[in-house]
Design a protein around this ligand. Sequence first.
Ligand code: GLY
Ligand code: MN
Ligand code: MN
Length: 439
Amino acid sequence: MKISQAEYRQRRDRLMEKLGQGTAIVQSAPTAVMHNDVEYVYRQDSDFFYLTGFNEAEAVAVFAPHHEEHQFILFVQPKDPEKETWTGYRCGVEGAKELYGADATYPISELDEKLPQYLEKCDRIYYHLGRDHHFNEVVLNHWQKMMQGYSKRGTGPQALENIHPVLHPLRQVKSEAEIDLLRKATAISAEAHNRAREFAKVGHYEYQIEAEIAHTFRLQGGMGTAYPSIVASGANACILHYINNDQQVQENDLILIDAGCSYEYYNGDITRTFPVSGKFTPEQKALYEIVLAAQLKAIEQVQVGNPYNQFHDTAVRTIVEGLIDLGLLVGDIEEIIKEEKYKPFYMHRTGHWLGLDVHDAGFYKVGAESWRSLQPGNVLTVEPGIYIGPDIKPFEGQPEIPEKWRGIGIRIEDDILVTENGPEVLTAAVPKLIEDLEY
Ligand code: GLY
Ligand code: MN
Ligand code: MN
């Protein structure tokens, strides 16, 4: 299962339709050092990968729809048998042209020499000013040189424009092939969660449960974790990005697992929270019921045409109602929501786009005021939670939280495909109802 070359071509065509007279420049991801001379496994930049399927570092893709000869140009590392013996296969200049459908390919060392011909006649450069300041400077220098020659040439880029607003709306609507890969990534993620839950016992260390997850991800052909797995027992669940995973699970703990598999670059992102001893305590159960109700109601709001924010607002309202019923928040519900007095308990948003990036590319708003409407093919997470940290500080005028509630953290997260027939929960294979978690 992979994205076909025909689909990559279609993506480039769709981008180039939007570029008009512009030229787009997209850089590959850098390599990253783990320690000394050991590097992390290379992972291509998602924009670069979306447009090319090319997974090597030190590469630059150029899209020049107005150019007479070449519209898709790749600069890549040339073949170097000696280096490849040590660091692995390179596709090379010829190979990149043959395998990836570029109209022209060059060694990356020729970028400065070859790039101007693709800029001379464009009216703007589409580029994302990113973290690589050196490459930012390369692009800016080319732009500057082009502007210097403008008076004699009469053509050349007059503006530098962010590529994200033209590229990311494409990534935001998934094709059938992308949905298939997301189904696979989420199915493996779900299998791993089920294995980990069945394995988990009092006395295990969190990392042992994490190992069960990692096992399934690789066994099933995943690239590995989409992000560092969170296996948080007891009060650790109140730390949103807890990744130490080094504590021993205690009697009556809840375990919060937030883990997702990456499959052919597409990511799953699932959270479940369950009682390790097979029974929720009354306080755990009361809070879990609120989070579950919030999640189920929020998922119902994932409908074509609904503004993006609607499912978040629904989750917040359900959580606030629940916390008022338990006496953990007091006052008028509208005021609590408006003044965000629930934030000591629920401090993050209810979801995000999901795809090639876990927090995927795409816009949430249209202008400052309006939220985007959901479209078929959007994929997003719905992940409300309640976190009552041991040292929780309620808002002024709100009650102190009795000890029995402290140290409980709960989140439930599913991955949802927006369809004309309503929300499709891609991760439904992991149980979340109380009767399915208790034994
Ligand atoms: N695991 C990251 C997130 O849930 O957003
Ligand atoms: Mn998430
Ligand atoms: Mn998550």
